[in-house]
Design a protein around this ligand. Structure first.
Ligand SMILES: CC(C)(COP(=O)(O)OP(=O)(O)OC[C@H]1O[C@@H](n2cnc3c(N)ncnc32)[C@H](O)[C@@H]1OP(=O)(O)O)[C@@H](O)C(=O)NCCC(=O)NCCS
Length: 116
């Protein structure tokens, strides 16, 4: 399921909710247009994902990010997600070219889960 966040007619953010697993849903991608970041839209999209997952009678919501995504890790934990798994060396194993964020190389994938 793909959801968009709008200000009037303008698409300012979106997320993908994978609902294929029986007991849980996973946010696969979440993004807010750069000029609209830090205005609470990401938090609103996360809140929408939580409500949508609850309305589907699922018990868990999952989201994953890189070890270098310090702001995202903060946002997700402030929203109520807890770290449940660190997938060591995920990025070098799955991507041909190294990825850098915040001046650091993405190495591990951090999986977070919220119990609903
Ligand atoms: C991650 C993303 C979706 C968040 O959306 P957003 O609309 O900017 O987020 P919000 O404005 O709702 O919330 C940002 C929160 O992070 C905090 N924050 C912002 N920059 C920060 C920083 N550099 N360090 C720590 N916290 C920071 C804000 O204070 C706010 O928390 P608060 O409400 O408690 O004050 C957005 O930044 C984005 O699209 N990033 C690029 C794509 C991406 O990384 N997607 C996630 C992949 S896992």
């Amino acid at each position: 399921m793909i959801f968009g966040g709008f200000i009037e007619d303008e698409l300012v953010g979106c997320y993908i909710l994978d609902t294929n697993n029986q007991g849980s849903a996973e946010i696969k991608n979440i993004a807010v247009e750069a000029k609209h970041q830090n205005q609470g839209i990401g938090k609103s999209l996360l809140t929408h994902a939580i409500q949508t997952t609850k309305s589907l009678y699922k018990q868990q919501l999952i989201i994953a990010t890189a070890d270098t995504s310090t702001m995202q890790l903060g946002l997700y934990q402030k929203t109520g997600f807890k770290i449940i798994e660190v997938q060591k060396d995920y990025f070098p194993k799955h991507y041909k070219n190294p990825i850098f964020e915040n001046g650091m190389q993405c190495v591990d994938r951090i999986v977070l889960r919220m119990e609903l």
